[in-house]
Design a protein around this ligand. Structure first.
Ligand code: IMP
Ligand code: MG
Length: 179
């Protein structure tokens, strides 16, 4: 175990197993509706999750990346800044947003709204982790890997100050690292 880790919340094996289940569920749902999902992953945290998930998607999918950040400060609550936009148009696409974790829900709410404004046919969300107790805006993921308690987690894409994204599991960070 990494020296910064207090405890492992979700092991590598559990993540793989859950990604296989999610991939099947997602493909079944989209097939039923005669749609092909266009996966949009939010950088950087969702990269390991996207990579694991698509391995098990038995469908001809495409994916792209966006990088967004929330504006700091009280006057701009709800706004997001686009650091890297999608390469192509979203018009008419059935988008599946891929996220690492839903915390307050602000990021996903804003990105969903923006993609719909740009003409996406449909926007759904898959998130590896969900902290429902922290939600401040009304948004729910269509697919969730694991619900976790209100603890700061690292690993499998999630960082603390850009560190620990490479860990192959989701873990609670030792308090001494952020105190
Ligand atoms: P939201 O807009 O509050 O839902 O923000 C979600 C974003 O906050 C995620 O994409 C993460 O980048 C970050 N985040 C939230 N909780 C954690 C955590 O426990 N560890 C690491 N990053 C987190
Ligand atoms: Mg993020």
């Amino acid at each position: 175990m990494h020296h910064a880790v207090e405890k492992i919340l979700v092991s590598q094996e559990e993540i793989t197993k859950r990604c296989k289940e999610l991939a099947k569920e997602i493909c079944d749902d989209y097939r039923k509706q005669n749609q092909t999902p266009y996966l949009v992953a939010l950088l950087k945290g969702s990269v390991p999750f996207l990579a694991e998930l698509v391995k098990y998607m038995d469908m001809d999918i495409q994916f792209d990346f966006m990088d967004v950040s929330s504006y700091q400060g009280t006057e701009s609550i709800g706004d997001i800044k686009i650091n890297k936009d999608l390469d192509g148009s979203v018009k008419g696409l059935s988008i599946l947003l891929v996220e690492d974790i839903i915390d307050t829900g602000r990021t996903l709410k804003e990105v969903t709204k923006m993609l719909k404004n740009k003409g996406a046919n449909d926007v759904k969300v898959v998130s590896l982790l969900d902290k429902p107790s922290r939600r401040t805006v009304d948004i729910q993921a269509d697919y969730v890997g694991f619900e976790i308690p209100n603890e700061f987690v690292i690993g499998f894409g999630l960082d603390y100050d850009q560190d620990f994204r490479h860990l192959p599991y989701v873990a609670v960070l030792k308090p001494k690292f952020y105190e």
